[in-house]
Design a protein around this ligand. Structure first.
Ligand code: MG
Length: 321
């Protein structure tokens, strides 16, 4: 006789003061895969995107149009972009580091892009090949061009909660970067805990500082990593502070190459489990996400990092008695 099976959905118990629905912005194919060391075949990336849309993802960052010399893992950006088929009402987004990247993304048929700036000088120099002000100027130029082309832009502020070289990050620097992106016309500002060091009170503090500077809560997103096991607590702090968009990657794909020991993004199915448990609609099919993580782990020969996928795809015999 086999043992009891794990439950396949959370019990829904709504908490007061939380939104009825939120946007889960999927970054696995781009942020996740760019940080992994292995290079995934284009066909696998295309299938990953198709599986994510089929699992209910309505906001998917599919790739990045960076020079292949910078990130060989995403050298097939054009082919991946050409292969994605977002269902009606779903978004496909490409990260673009500069105007050349924007031109390439538009030529590949992308109709939404994202840009990145940094709250710290160290990350700007190490990852964006410029200084902090230079990164903002470059991003603003891309936003101008994209908006002229009628393309909405998402803006990331990296290292908004901590930096592996500089340690603590000045909140004023986060606010400056966020305001620059918002003023330029970015539709959403994603505050990035790139190395996963944020804690719940800190999240609340940064969200308040950014909203005090005039950015509406409805324009904010949180991009959280789970290095210290704080990502879901930080999501809850964000929800309570009025944030309604959260980034996640299926199976917790992605590491952080700038911080030894830092783990991947918050896993999409773990986030969805918490949100659905709070009675917040995500539109996501949690078992389908878990199967996607298990499938990709099998293809790659590497384990995924989602607790929910582990629970859902482990057979009763594998659970300890
Ligand atoms: Mg990330």
């Amino acid at each position: 006789m086999s043992g009891p099976a794990p439950r396949q959905a959370p019990r829904r118990v709504a908490a007061e003061g939380l939104p009825a629905e939120v946007t889960v912005y999927e970054v696995g194919p781009r942020d996740g895969l760019q940080a992994e060391t292995d290079v995934i075949p284009t066909a696998v990336k295309s299938e990953l995107c198709a599986r994510l849309y089929a699992a209910g993802s309505r906001a998917l960052e599919v790739t990045s149009f960076v020079p292949p010399a910078w990130i060989p893992q995403l050298a097939d950006a054009r082919r991946v972009s050409a292969s994605v088929r977002p269902p009606e009402g779903a978004r496909a987004v490409a990260l673009v580091p500069n105007r050349r990247g924007l031109d390439d993304a538009l030529a590949a048929g992308m109709r939404e892009v994202a840009v990145v700036v940094s709250a710290t000088e160290s990350f700007a120099r190490a990852n964006l090949n410029t200084d902090r002000a230079g990164a903002v100027a470059r991003a603003v130029a891309v936003v101008d061009d994209a908006r002229s082309a009628g393309i909405p832009v998402r803006g990331y502020v990296s290292m908004a909660f901590g930096d592996p070289w500089e340690g603590d990050v000045d909140i004023a620097a986060v606010v400056d970067a966020a305001v620059a992106l918002h003023s330029a016309g970015c539709r959403t500002i994603a505050l990035g805990d790139t190395i996963g060091v944020a804690t719940a009170g800190h999240v609340e503090q940064v969200v308040e500082a950014v909203t005090d500077a005039g950015i509406p809560r409805s324009a904010l997103a949180l991009h959280l990593h789970d290095t210290y096991g704080q990502a879901l607590a930080n999501v809850l702090a964000g929800l309570r502070a009025g944030v309604t968009e959260f980034d996640a990657s299926v199976g917790g794909l992605g590491r952080c190459p700038y911080a030894p020991g830092a783990t991947g993004n918050l896993a999409t199915e773990d986030l969805a489990w918490m949100l659905e448990g709070l009675g917040i609609r995500t539109g996501l099919d949690i078992p389908a996400l878990a199967r996607t993580s298990a499938w990709l782990a099998g293809v790659r020969g590497r384990p995924h990092a989602s607790r929910v996928a582990h629970a859902l795809t482990t057979t009763p015999e594998e659970h300890p008695a």
